[in-house]
Design a protein. Structure first.
Length: 339
């Protein structure tokens, strides 16, 4: 069954790699574009909504799983279904826009439904369903906030997907390996389209899909006994950047919900000598380190507290070094302007 599951994932990856050839002309015709705003780290008008390609890849993988695999577990089906549903919410936002309340309500509905479907209602009760439903909402929005420079979402998907596949191999959970390969493949295929000279973005359909399938995989895998910290560790840098930026804005008495480009990754990408791709690679490398450190819990469960402290130190050191680099660049620019 594992081979058939992997074949389904590979089929999804191939479709996601080829779909942009059809999707790009269609998106241009219906004018799904991203005009530069205060939150943008790019200049000019970009084509957005190309997240329909990885969405199509996940859809093909889901269909192939239902048709060709006789699953002993429906968890991967539920996870892919939840991701596709939240991707459609994102696509609606790309096309016509949705209010914050509607978006949040639909995200919570999908997260709660998924959590109940994979068995958390029976095993953990209503509280567990609500907690993981809120986690689903939170991570969908985190990936949306973090999808602001070229390459960062694609690399994040690749690193997180490989991490999930490795955990699945260690825990002997075939469908977790399949989902990891699928995530890494469909978002890895997008990188080629994202880092070229033309501006092509995932859009909300793609960033919601990324957050949705990652969060759904965490919830589904945890529900069958996979150690939670091994699953969550590769998500920590994304979560930390979003939380750190939110706290900085609240501390400065700024409206937290307003569009901005004050995330650490956005500020770093604006520095001379770094740029989008370099920062995306740095974030990917840091995510890989956090995943490896967190994965130690698989062989040494009693070391969880020490692992959390080590990861917190890594993240704090990363942000401290980043802020020093940013402060130095700001000082140099002021001196240059004064001279």
């Amino acid at each position: 069954m594992t081979f058939t599951l992997l074949a389904s994932a590979v089929a999804g990856v191939l479709v996601s790699a080829l779909l942009p050839f059809l999707a790009i002309p269609a998106l241009r015709r219906i004018q799904v574009v991203d005009v530069q705003t205060e939150r943008s780290s790019h200049h000019g008008v970009a084509l957005r909504g190309l997240g329909v390609a990885p969405w199509g890849g996940v859809a093909i993988a889901l269909v192939a799983t239902l048709v060709f695999v006789s699953p002993t577990s429906w968890h991967p089906v539920f996870a892919m279904g939840a991701a596709l549903a939240i991707g459609l919410v994102g696509f609606t936002e790309d096309l016509v826009g949705l209010s914050i309340r509607v978006r949040a309500g639909l995200q919570l509905l999908v997260g709660v439904a998924l959590s109940a479907a994979v068995g958390l209602l029976q095993n953990g009760g209503i509280l567990a369903v609500l907690v993981f439903g809120v986690f689903f909402v939170a991570y969908v929005n985190v990936t949306n906030f973090m999808d602001g420079i070229n390459g960062i979402s694609g690399i994040h998907g690749v690193v997180v997907g490989i991490s999930f596949a490795a955990v699945g191999l260690f825990e002997d959970v075939g469908w977790l390996v399949m989902l990891g390969v699928l995530i890494a493949g469909v978002f890895g295929a997008f990188i080629v389209w994202n880092v070229g000279s033309e501006l092509r973005f995932l859009g909300d359909v793609g960033s919601y899909l990324l957050g949705g399938i990652v969060a759904a995989t965490v919830i589904a895998a945890y529900s069958v006994g996979v150690p939670l910290w091994a699953l969550v560790s590769p998500l920590l840098l994304y979560i930390s950047d979003s939380a750190y930026t939110l706290l900085r804005r609240l501390g400065s008495r700024k409206r937290w919900y307003e569009a901005h480009r004050e995330h650490v990754y956005q500020r770093l990408a604006a520095l001379p000598g770094l740029g989008h791709v370099m920062v995306a690679v740095i974030y990917g490398a840091m995510t890989a380190v956090l995943a490896i450190v967190g994965g130690i819990v698989l062989v040494a469960p009693d070391a969880l507290a020490a692992l959390i402290v080590a990861q917190a130190a890594l993240i704090a050191g990363f942000f401290l070094a980043s802020e020093r680099r940013l402060a130095s660049a700001d000082h140099d620019s002021r001196e240059a302007a004064a001279s």
